[in-house]
Ligand binder design. Structure first.
Ligand code: NI
Length: 265
């Protein structure tokens, strides 16, 4: 059993009937769960629709840092309503992206904080996007109290997932020590994956989840094609190779980790 802890079935790149074909592929594969992750209001609504339609699908709602410039108070209230819908299991993906800077950095930071506050208010897990913003992401998470004792006591850990982790092994250790989990995506299968391989070597499997971030970040041997959730198998196989474990064991443990993180029975 596999769990794709981060996918965008809500992406417009699956429009035009492709989603039905992908759903069939998912149903024929080892994949038991897919978390469809919102990146703005419309995609969050779409994720909830998918969760309603497919028994294996769950949803996260939130505004990506790229789209922070589209946020306002009314949108935040809408997100709060969406977060309470059935099968919505997390706030995300939220964070900072200083690589593309599609929104001004102060605007990104402002809505990152407001969405963290929403997740804390609703006592929900948080899915983080961090690209070239390691220091500010960590600082803001700390300042907003994501690692507070009261949250950890209520939830068992910080319920924070570092999606498509690309930082150093030292940073991964810091997050795990604070009660966060690390998600590994397709780039682990690429030739230049040295840094992320070190993370997988160092961090115990109980703190690792796996994901596709489909339609992006397609793993080998399909790199260059559009990604889809059942390809998470290739990331699981690579993690198994690095850890010296069987594919089945990595699939089972990372699936259980994701079910626990997202509180799915
Ligand atoms: Ni994503």
């Amino acid at each position: 059993m596999l769990f794709d802890s981060h996918a965008h079935l809500n992406s417009e790149r699956y429009n035009g009937g492709d989603l039905e074909i992908i759903a069939e592929a998912i149903e024929k594969s080892d994949l038991a769960y897919v978390m469809d992750i919102g990146y703005d209001l419309a995609s969050s609504v779409a994720a909830i629709e998918h969760a309603k339609k497919y028994p294996w699908c769950y949803a996260a709602v939130g505004c990506h840092p790229h789209d922070a410039k589209t946020m306002d108070e009314a949108a935040l209230i809408m997100f709060k309503g969406l977060a309470k819908k059935p099968k919505v299991k997390a706030i995300g993906e939220i964070g900072l992206d200083y690589y593309y800077d599609h929104s001004e950095r102060d605007v990104q930071q402002y809505w990152f904080r407001r969405q963290i506050q929403l997740a804390l208010e609703l006592t929900m897990p948080i899915v983080i996007h961090d690209r070239d913003a390691n220091d500010d992401v960590m600082r803001i998470l700390k300042e907003e109290g994501v690692f507070s004792r009261s949250r950890i006591e209520k939830l068992g850990d910080a319920k924070l997932l570092m999606h498509c982790f690309s930082g150093s092994k030292e940073l991964a250790h810091q997050y795990v020590k604070l009660g966060a989990a690390i998600s590994i995506a397709g780039p682990i299968t690429y030739k230049n994956a040295r840094k992320i391989i070190e993370v997988v070597e160092e961090i115990p499997l109980e703190h690792l989840l796996i994901e596709t971030d489909s339609p992006y970040l397609t793993p080998e041997p399909f790199r260059g094609k559009r990604n889809q959730p059942d390809y998470v198998e290739y990331t699981a196989r690579k993690v198994a190779e690095i850890k010296g474990l069987s594919y089945e064991e990595v699939a089972r443990i990372t699936c259980n980790n994701a079910k626990k993180f997202y509180t799915i029975e």
